[in-house]
Design a protein around this ligand. Structure first.
Ligand SMILES: [Zn+2]
Length: 251
């Protein structure tokens, strides 16, 4: 499932390869992926225009255009953005921009849970996990009785941390996912933010959140790749969670 690193890679791909190219045609015929728009509605707004910027907050991504409308692109559970690749023959290109120069950008999505939408609503999405300031992080994350893992995955608190990224970051910061968020001191909160930014940078560079150091060890017989202790497992905030039983004790 795409998490922040995958979305950031998609954003960077658009920024590098799709900006400033005149849109000649749009395939917005998939009424589920393009809901609530009728077929042709997104096309009418974008044809003859160019994407001028690619933006991201958490897992939400959007492109500004020279026509003033904004194109939201969501990767859903399995989607990705492809630019100038041969069209998918299996029908997985759910939304496509065709450029005047003959190239194309597609939302390629096996599971059809991604979306293309005009003027997306970003209300209720917190500050981006990769960009949030130290003070805002302390203020937003370090409150309440919710388990720390649930707190950092709350998209209204912090945008972009999914299940795998949360486990990777808490392991790096040596913090228990079960600790009440409001119990963390300033040093711990700063360390968590530092490790969060480092994990996002590292997994974005390596190709996605699955490349995190602890991710391959999230299994029932897993051991911590740092100290060799057993990995503990529980459901926290509704999600399967793994952590090092020795270094991430709840204290
Ligand atoms: Zn360990």
């Amino acid at each position: 499932m795409p998490e922040l690193p995958e979305v950031e890679r998609a954003r960077a791909l658009i920024e590098e390869h799709a900006l400033g190219r005149r849109i000649a045609a749009v395939d917005d015929s998939d009424t589920y992926v393009c809901r609530p728009h009728a077929p042709g509605e997104i096309a009418a707004a974008l044809e003859g225009r160019e994407l001028v910027s690619a933006n991201r907050r958490g897992k939400a991504m959007w492109c500004d255009t020279d026509g003033g409308v904004v194109l939201g692109l969501h990767l859903g559970m399995a989607g990705r953005i492809v630019v100038d690749e041969t069209p998918a023959t299996n029908g997985w290109d759910r939304f496509t921009l065709l450029f005047e120069d003959g190239g194309r950008l597609a939302l390629r999505d096996k599971r059809r849970l991604g979306r293309a939408i005009l003027d997306p609503d970003l209300g209720g999405v917190g500050p981006d996990a990769a960009l949030i300031s130290r003070d805002a992080f302390r203020e937003r994350v370090g409150h309440g009785g919710a388990p720390l893992k649930a707190r950092i995955m709350d998209q209204s608190v912090l945008a972009g941390v999914g299940n795998l990224l949360a486990d990777e970051v808490l392991w790096r910061a040596r913090l228990s996912p079960l600790r009440p968020a409001g119990e963390l001191d300033t040093e711990e909160l700063d360390r968590l933010r530092r490790e969060l930014r480092a994990a996002i940078r590292m997994t974005t560079r390596r190709g996605g959140v699955h490349t995190g150091d602890v991710i391959p060890h999230r299994r029932r017989d897993g051991v911590c790749p740092r100290c060799g202790a057993d990995m503990a497992r529980a459901t926290i905030g509704g999600r399967t969670t793994y952590w090092c039983s020795a270094e991430q004790s709840a204290g």
